[in-house]
Design a protein. Structure first.
Length: 440
């Protein structure tokens, strides 16, 4: 993680001109010495909520690009979740060299895949004989250099599968090939992916950020400054932050550093009437369980229960905090329905967080009937590291499987329109968000 330090040191980009020495752009290390800071640095010092134009003018910083590159390389080398082995369709639309075609077609394994979709090419398998197939491939948008691009397609296919592809014919209209082994399997599974969505149909950034929420990370799993920083960043761009089990100190209430989602959980840690008095409050989340620690809920080792955390949670310093395995006073859907009813007295939306486990679809149907506005499917990835490693590793089930099961169960029972599905579990990149949202 030391390699990501540069990302924390980068100056934020708000799409507007700021004094280069403005306090809002200085890191903690640069604030050690206040000498030399001019009066201009004290103007516009607050991190206020950004306007739609400022959100849309965001720029991806070099530090974040490095983070993405490192993350993708690590997941490719050592996949640990289902989304690590899932990929978007290949795209050969604009490719003109055999090497580029080979790289794009070589992204997929033919073992275990039911289909392989590629954008920009149509394939038809003509015949099968002894494990060998004859197929015709045609680019959907060949352009004026159609013959050259089709030749690159044939050469790229042969390069990706050495010794398994024989080119029979190449023309401006397409290519005919004979393939064996993995190349034959690829052509058999090959399907045409839909066209790309036009850029003008993609939602602007300020619409996308409003559909996002931070993970439920409590004050305890995170120190107070980090906990408030997550809320601050989410509120600046119109997203929602989640207080997590254990609540938060009341000092940020009504400010950009307060969480707009407050969480109820098994231990009822930190729950008090002030939860409902926070003017920032928009949602209450009832945490039945957590995917990264299934059935156990929040777990905070004794050394982490400091005086301030114990005060926020109504606990005793130095005493371990662990939520009871089941929701301690919710033994039925009727109990949950009563709790949802009570939460709605605050005139806010109610979320129920479920664990992505076998049978979650049946439970979700009951939750929808109980009146929940959102169902949050928690997967087996994520967690802040506050709990013991034995509680985090090799437990639970993929969030994507849970989302798919919940969606199917709700549709079958005519309840899908009653609730909004939400998914949580270590979403670090845009690809993670897309994969989880596509599960339903």
């Amino acid at each position: 993680m030391r390699g990501f330090g540069d990302m924390a040191e980068e100056r934020p980009e708000f799409g507007r001109k700021d004094d280069p020495d403005a306090l809002r752009l200085l890191t903690l290390g640069q604030l050690d010495d206040a000498f030399g800071i001019t009066d201009a640095a004290y103007r516009n010092t607050g991190y206020d909520a950004l306007s739609d134009a400022e959100i849309d003018a965001f720029r991806i910083t070099p530090g974040y690009r490095a983070f993405l590159r490192t993350t993708h390389e690590e997941r490719s080398r050592r996949p640990s979740a289902i989304r690590d082995v899932l990929a978007l369709p290949a795209d050969v639309t604009g490719l003109r060299t055999a090497r580029d075609v080979a790289r794009e077609l070589g992204r997929f394994s033919t073992t275990g895949n039911a289909s392989i979709t590629v954008r920009g090419v149509v394939a038809s398998v003509a015949e099968h004989s002894g494990g060998t197939v004859t197929a015709r491939l045609r680019l959907t948008s060949p352009g004026p250099d159609a013959a050259e691009r089709h030749a690159a397609l044939a050469d790229g296919l042969a390069l990706a599968h050495p010794g398994e592809v024989e080119t029979l014919d190449v023309s401006a209209d397409g290519i005919d090939v004979t393939a064996a082994g993995s190349a034959a399997q690829l052509l058999t599974l090959l399907g045409t992916a839909p066209d790309s969505v036009p850029l003008d149909e993609v939602q602007p950034a300020h619409r996308i950020t409003r559909a996002l929420a931070s993970g439920a990370m409590s004050h305890g799993a995170l120190v107070a400054t980090a906990h408030e920083a997550v809320a601050h960043g989410a509120n600046m761009v119109g997203a929602l932050s989640n207080s997590g089990e254990g609540g938060e100190h009341h000092s940020p209430y009504g400010t950009l550093r307060g969480s707009r989602i407050k969480q109820f959980a098994s231990g009822r840690f930190g729950i008090w009437a002030g939860y409902l008095a926070d003017p920032m409050l928009q949602e209450l989340e009832i945490k039945i369980g957590q995917g990264a620690k299934p059935g156990e809920g929040g777990q905070l080792p004794a050394p982490k229960v400091t005086v301030d955390i114990a005060a926020a949670r109504g606990g005793t310093p130095g005493i371990e905090l662990v939520s009871p395995p089941p929701h301690h006073d919710t033994y039925s859907i009727e109990d949950l329905a009563q709790l949802i009813h009570d939460c709605k007295a605050a005139r806010v939306r109610v979320v129920v967080k479920l664990v992505s486990s076998e049978g979650i679809g049946t439970i979700a149907v009951g939750v929808a009937k109980a009146g929940a506005d959102f169902i949050n499917v928690a997967g087996n990835t994520g967690g802040t590291g506050a709990a013991a490693v034995t509680s985090l590793k090799y437990a639970g089930r993929s969030a994507e499987i849970g989302v798919a099961e919940v969606h199917q169960a709700l549709v079958a029972n005519g309840l899908r329109q009653k609730v909004v599905l939400r998914c949580s579990g270590a979403h670090q990149t845009g690809g993670d968000v897309f994969t989880s949202s596509s599960a339903s």
